[in-house]
Structure formats: structure tokens, C-alpha cells
Design a protein around this ligand. Structure first.
Ligand code: ZN
Length: 301
């Protein structure tokens, strides 16, 4: 009898122990830009394990030989970090220490949407509403509530007004996922019109090459911007950063600023961005804010 009891206790302890030893469930970010062939989605790091990183090692990147010089008329660069709202804490604080020109795109309806909006305001970063929009792949979940094709203008207006109420300091908006919605000129026209009513610019995250955003904006006489580069695709390695720097060469002499998007999912992405920023002066390019970006873009004729 005693033996049986001992076995029961032993089995129970093993079960309990194995449960406790399982890694703590980490909050996962909504799938981001998953439909974009080059994009990746990563889990957010456990905040408790956050460590402060000292200056990143940019030896490899520093040795890269540019294919342009400072006199080459490189357009200025605007940088936006997407997908904020899922977490707060040390990692978020470290993102706010980045240069003030860098804007934060915040997802609505997340646990820390409003915390990030307030913190960005306090630390001088401009803010975008990162509007969840349906992707061509319907299995991709853009968020709790999102823009879908076929929604009427009242439903779209209600949703955008509600998102704006959560992020009232937003000066612009860009799409989270949205390969299906941005391909549909009827829906995009309503979205752009409504954002214009709210006094907000739109920036196309360019998650599909079939985007109708530019045409829709042109028809409405509105200024719109578009993402040129995803800094963190396919990964956050020095090789990728060097490739992205190399890729800037094709924008030499372009009138429009270069728009770069990266993501806030983990510390590796922050470090990769810091490495890129450490090279900006050497590259002879200027960092500008999102509001400066729109000032530089002329309204379509
Ligand atoms: Zn996103």
C-alpha cells in the first residue's frame, strides 16, 4: 500500500516537474507581412531575459566599400519601425532611445497600443497607425479587427476612427499585411479618403506588387508614400545589412526620399538597426522624419 502511494507521489512529481520545466509561454506577435515572400515573423523575446546591449560591433559593416561618395546626391532616408503594441518594458524603452527621426508604427487593439503611443510622444518619436488589413492568404491573421475588401465606407470610417482614438498622436498610417486590400482600388480609395478626413497621411508598406495605392491617391489628389526597403528581410545578419546598404546605390539622384521599414519584434532587430544607423553618416545620407518625408513629396499633378 505504502509502495503504491510512493509511486503515485513519484508519478505526480514527475508530471508537475515536467510542466514547470516547460518554457514560459512567450507572447507572440500577430503574423506580420506574412504574405510578403521575403518577410519573416519572429517571437518577441521574454522581457525578463532582456539584457542591455552595449554599442554593437560594426567592424564587418565598417569595412564595406561604398559604391557611391558623399557628393553623389543620395536622397535622405526615413525609417519606420512596424508592429509595436504587443509588449512594453526594457526592449520598448531601448527602441525609444533611437534617434527621434525614427517613427513607430503601432498596431491597434493590442495590450500595449496606448502605452507605446504615449511613450513615443514623450520621447519625441512620430507615430503611425499600423492598420491591420486582410492579406491574400486568408489564413494570415492581421489582428482582432481589420480592413477587408467589400467593407462599406461607414464600416471603414468607424474602424479607422476607432484606431485613431487609440493612437491619437498619429500623423500617418501604413498597412500591416494587406496584400489583398491594397490591391483593391475601391477599398483603398475609401481608406485614403477617410484617412485624409482625419488629417492623416498614408504610407504603403508595399506587401504586394499589385498595390493600387498610388493610383487611388492620385485620383483623390492626395500625397502618398511607399516603402522601398525592408531592413530586416530575410534576417538581421551583418551580411543582410551590407546588402541593404549596397542596394541604396540604385536610389542615387532620386528626388524622393528612401523609405525603410523594419520591425520591433526582438533585440536582434534593434541591434541590426543600430548598426545601420552607425553607418549613416559615413554613407553620406541624412535621416529625416516622416513629416519631413511628406513635405518632400510633391502632391501628384
Ligand atoms: Zn506589420
Amino acid at each position: 500500500m505504502e509502495k503504491t502511494l510512493l509511486i503515485v507521489i513519484l508519478v505526480f512529481s514527475i508530471v508537475l516537474f515536467s510542466c514547470n520545466s516547460k518554457p514560459k509561454t512567450e507572447p507572440t506577435i500577430e503574423k506580420s507581412e506574412a504574405e510578403h515572400p521575403e518577410s519573416n515573423t519572429e517571437k518577441i523575446e521574454n522581457q525578463d531575459q532582456e539584457k542591455t546591449t552595449s554599442s554593437p560591433d560594426i567592424t564587418k559593416i565598417k569595412s564595406y566599400k561604398y559604391t557611391w561618395s558623399k557628393s553623389d546626391n543620395m536622397p535622405p532616408i526615413a525609417i519606420i519601425i512596424d508592429d509595436f503594441g504587443q509588449y512594453s518594458g526594457k526592449l520598448l524603452e531601448d527602441f525609444t532611445s533611437l534617434p527621434k527621426e525614427i517613427a513607430f508604427a503601432i498596431l491597434p487593439d493590442l495590450p500595449h497600443t496606448q502605452t507605446v503611443a504615449r511613450l513615443a510622444d514623450k520621447t519625441g518619436h512620430q507615430v503611425l497607425i499600423h492598420i491591420p488589413m486582410q492579406a491574400i492568404d486568408h489564413k494570415a491573421n492581421p489582428g482582432k479587427r481589420f480592413i477587408k475588401n467589400g467593407m462599406d465606407k461607414f464600416a471603414i470610417a468607424d474602424l479607422l476612427q476607432d484606431f485613431y482614438a487609440q493612437i491619437p498622436n498619429a500623423i500617418a498610417a501604413n498597412n500591416h499585411m494587406g496584400s489583398e486590400v491594397t490591391s483593391d482600388i475601391a477599398t483603398m480609395s475609401i481608406v485614403l479618403d477617410e484617412l485624409n478626413e482625419l488629417g492623416i497621411f498614408f504610407l504603403d508598406s508595399a506587401t504586394t506588387n499589385k498595390s493600387t495605392t498610388y493610383t487611388a491617391a492620385e485620383n483623390l489628389g492626395l500625397i502618398t508614400a511607399k516603402r522601398d526597403i525592408f531592413l530586416d528581410v530575410p534576417d538581421n545578419s551583418d551580411k543582410t545589412i551590407i546588402n541593404k546598404i549596397e542596394g541604396l546605390a540604385k536610389y542615387k539622384g532620386r528626388n524622393e526620399p528612401i523609405v525603410i521599414i523594419t520591425h520591433c519584434h526582438n533585440r536582434e532587430k534593434l541591434v541590426a538597426l543600430q548598426k545601420f544607423l552607425a553607418q549613416m553618416d559615413d554613407m553620406g545620407v541624412q535621416l529625416i522624419s516622416v513629416s519631413q518625408l511628406y513635405k518632400k513629396l510633391r502632391a501628384p499633378a
